[in-house]
Design a protein around this ligand. Structure first.
Ligand code: PLP
Length: 380
């Protein structure tokens, strides 16, 4: 039975599958939206975003990423998800290849397929903290490669590329001028251990005119429901993306855009305070998971996910006699026995692992980890 069905049947399910901060949107941002409604900012806006929001995005990209853009190089969309979708639809010709490091965010390969392209998966390893090497990348590049999708910090692993690692990947891309980079920076502000976030175009300016920076307010400001994301990149690509948006969904919500101006221009306290809370939760979850026999969990540097291995439990039997053979079996057992919902790694292109989101309160997480530990102790 699925988690939602068990929940509907009255079971006390703890879901660790969520992909959004559990905090509320900061008050100043909510107030900006209320103000916008009162002022009558309730009509269609320019398809690719209001002038005020584009200005706020441009100063954010300069202030935080040292990247310069003009308004014609920015497109605001209904979430970062729509930015990625628009970009792929606008650029992919039949059979064009898109390199996607695994474990990956589930939507990337499906969007590439929808756009008529071919996803080319590059595997990474737990030993290398789920990051690909320049050699891994180079081996997958062909004359048909259109894009490399780079998501750091990553969903589902929380992996973050260091500046040196990004430079090494950039060197490969400099040698392959036909490849564009889609830098999905949506978890930019969820980076821990005093690491500094960098965008690949900041590290290697030669890549800027073929990089699409994808970002948004969803994860950084607890604004997932407001649906605002943006892309910054070469004018020709941005124009094509805006055209697709114009004939599909038109402008994103006028009210959410006004709120996003405040998110980007207003006080940034929320970013710093939420980061501290997430880091403490990460430490607790990683520690509790590593105390369980058969589970191994790396300490990721970002996002709000951990991606532990459950391979050490394969071959063991559940109390009802079923053998755990893979991560799907493990997730099903944990749901059935511990009433905890986790996402099996196979959904992200990585068998033998599972994803836990720690965007939940400490008590909630402690309870969930204890339940998983008890369920694992019953395996033999
Ligand atoms: C890696 C990644 N990119 C993009 C998105 C989409 O974000 P948005 O809510 O802005 O559409 C998500 C959301 O889960 C994500 O995890």
């Amino acid at each position: 039975m699925k988690a939602s069905e068990l929940k509907a049947a009255g079971k006390d399910i703890i879901s660790l599958g969520m992909g959004e901060p559990d905090f509320d949107t900061p008050e100043n941002i909510k107030n900006a939206a209320i103000e916008a409604i009162k002022k009558g900012d309730t009509k269609y806006t320019a398809v690719d975003g209001t002038a005020a929001l584009k200005k706020a995005i441009i100063s954010k990209l300069k202030r935080e990423n040292n990247l310069d853009y003009k308004p014609s190089e920015i497109c605001v969309s209904t979430g970062a998800k729509q930015v990625i979708f628009n970009a792929l639809i606008a650029s992919i010709n039949p059979q064009d290849e898109v390199i996607i490091p695994a474990p990956y965010w589930v939507s990337y390969p499906d969007m590439v397929l929808l756009a008529g392209g071919t996803p080319v998966i590059v595997d990474s390893s737990e030993q290398n903290n789920f990051k690909i090497s320049p050699q891994d990348l180079e081996k997958k590049i062909t004359p048909k490669t259109k894009w490399l999708v780079l998501n750091s910090p990553s969903n589902p692993t929380g992996a973050c590329y260091s500046q040196q690692e990004l430079k090494a990947l950039a060197d490969v891309l400099v040698r392959n001028p036909h490849v564009y980079v889609m830098a999905d920076d949506i978890y930019e502000h969820l980076i821990f251990d005093d690491l500094k976030f960098s965008n690949i175009a900041e590290i290697e300016p030669q890549l800027k005119d073929r990089t699409l920076v994808v970002n948004g307010v969803s994860k950084a400001y607890a604004m997932t429901g407001w649906r605002i994301g943006y892309g910054a990149g070469p004018e020709k690509l941005i124009k094509a993306m805006s055209m697709i948006q114009s004939q599909s969904t038109s402008s994103p919500s006028s009210i959410s855009q006004a709120a996003s101006v405040e998110a980007l221009n207003g006080v940034q306290d929320y970013i710093h305070s939420s980061k501290k809370v997430f880091q403490a939760r990460r430490d607790m979850v990683v520690k509790m998971l590593n105390q369980i026999d058969g589970i191994n969990c790396n300490t990721p540097n970002g996002a709000f996910y951990v991606f532990p291995s459950c391979k050490g439990l394969f071959g063991k039997k559940t109390p009802s006699g079923k053998v755990i053979e893979n991560d799907n079996d493990f997730a099903a057992y944990v749901l059935e026995d511990a009433l905890v919902a986790v996402v099996p790694g196979v959904a992200f292109g990585a068998e033998g692992f599972f994803r836990i989101s720690y965007a939940a309160s400490e008590d909630f997480l402690k309870n969930a980890m204890n339940r998983i530990a008890e369920a694992c102790a019953k395996l033999n």
